[in-house]
Design a protein. Structure first.
Length: 312
């Protein structure tokens, strides 16, 4: 059955039946707007859009996996501000011949990922479109903490990472070459493992800046260096190459450090902390902040790619 067969409101009812508005929703889907509790009095908001052929392929990942990726990309932005996610709003633009079961599975993936952080999907919109697109807006609550922005890094700070990098990029490369193994790397691309709890922990520990690593560690830390008017150096010795990644890199003729340092879609969190601080659980030191500007690796300019750019 296609979504043209169900019609707009039939599609909405099928999708909503698979969603949970979450504990922070005072009024969920079904009205002109949702009502979400904001105990802090400030709301953190972020939006991402995923376009078929640009951000995902249906022959590479199932609908539920794409739903999880769409939710993760937005939820990671919220925790990177040091906030706790509270709700998602989702808009689906789809061809009229799309199987309604695909949309239902997408909703199940969205629900599964938001459940990991105690949030929910509180509303959204649907529209016919020749191109399949998923637009997600995430909301979060700071819990009385100041937001952790990109412009607070100071010379002498420690650069630290929570989560993993390179796995999703390796999976993307494997899929783009027509392979489906190693499974662990392919699954990392299909469904990222985001260190959600690490964001609020970093904020509570006094992180001076933080960012979601969505486009590549070098590119995203470059944003922090630019915003903070500092120089940042990363150390390759802080990154170990897993055996599966090393084997895949050898087979594909890729430098694994290109995946680790310039690969996106894992949604790790990178932050800077004052010198001498005890890093919170889940964080490890990977570099340092200095006077100056720009980004270096092992105190030298990086000559490889730095990450994803939508228009490059």
């Amino acid at each position: 059955m296609s979504i043209a067969d169900t019609g707009e409101f039939g599609l909405i009812s099928r999708v909503v039946a698979r969603l949970d508005a979450g504990p922070k929703a005072l009024l969920g889907p079904g009205d002109d707007g949702a009502v979400v509790a904001a105990p802090d009095g400030r709301v953190v908001a972020s939006t991402d859009v995923l376009v078929e052929g640009r951000h995902f392929r249906r022959d590479w990942a199932g609908a539920a996996e794409i739903g999880r990726r769409a939710a993760a990309a937005n939820l990671a932005d919220i925790v990177a501000m040091g906030a706790d996610p509270t709700a998602l709003l989702v808009a689906l633009c789809a061809p009229t011949d799309l199987d309604v079961a695909w949309a239902e599975e997408l909703a199940e993936g969205l629900a599964a990922e938001t459940a990991l952080v105690g949030a929910g999907v509180v509303g959204g919109d649907v529209s016919a479109s020749p191109t399949l697109m998923i637009a997600v807006t995430a909301l979060g609550d700071l819990g009385g903490r100041p937001p952790v922005t990109r412009d607070g890094a100071q010379p002498g700070d420690i650069v630290a990472l929570a989560g993993r990098t390179g796995w999703a990029a390796a999976g993307y490369t494997i899929l783009s070459r027509g392979f489906r193994t190693p499974k662990a790397l392919v699954e990392a691309y299909r469904c990222p493992q985001v260190p959600y709890a690490a964001g609020p922990r970093a904020a509570a520990a006094g992180a001076t800046s933080m960012i979601d690593v969505s486009d590549g560690l070098l590119q995203d830390m470059g944003h922090v260096a630019t915003a903070s008017l500092v120089a940042i150096d990363l150390r390759t010795e802080a990154f170990s190459v897993p055996d599966q990644m090393r084997d895949a890199a050898t087979a594909l003729g890729v430098d694994p450090y290109h995946w680790l340092l310039a690969g996106g879609d894992d949604h790790a969190l990178a932050a800077t902390f004052p010198p001498g601080v005890t890093l919170p659980e889940g964080w490890r030191e990977i570099g340092s902040v200095h006077d100056g500007e720009g980004l270096t690796v092992d105190r030298k300019p990086w000559t490889g790619g730095t990450g994803w750019d939508h228009f490059r």
